[in-house]
Design a protein around this ligand. Sequence first.
Ligand code: 5GP
Length: 178
Amino acid sequence: MERIFGKPLITQRQIEKRIRELGTKITADYEGKELVMICLLKGAYVFFADLVRNIHISVDVDFMMVSTYGARASSSGVVKIISDLSSPIKGKNVLLVEDIVDSGLTLSYLYKSIKAKNPRSLKLCALLDKVERRKHEIPIDYIGFTVPNKYVIGYGLDYQDRYRNLPYIAVLDVSDIE
Ligand code: 5GP
């Protein structure tokens, strides 16, 4: 992996530093409140595991699995909930954690569907924001990094279910995998 993907777009050290900052901000924002953090599987699991350990108030965690992309590296335009929340969130402060926002379709769809469950509050957090590609406007409350319009992998993000274990974010070089 190191050989194929060469120089990281975002290094492990940069990710760690930014997550500490996000954790500090989220801790301060939710001080004295109860917080439920939702991890969007599979892509956000690495980010989520690091983020929760940088939040210094007690949190409940839950998981949802959705799919937006098919086998190709382009949006199918359809959001499918493969696995839903395990507990009710009515009256709770909810923070939804995503790996990357591209067109914004996934988060705008999930925002509406989670809002319909009547949480006390709902905020969004994404490690990466591919802001140039936005089609569905959705306010993201906590953003790790803005990234260029390239297909990125690593740190939980995949290409055809591989490369999630790369410890940093890299740009997928298609010529290397063909
Ligand atoms: P959106 O619904 O915002 O268009 O797309 C969000 C989802 O598309 C993300 O959760 C992620 O699964 C996938 N995605 C978008 N861009 C990338 C990318 O550059 N790399 C990877 N691995 N997945 C991406």
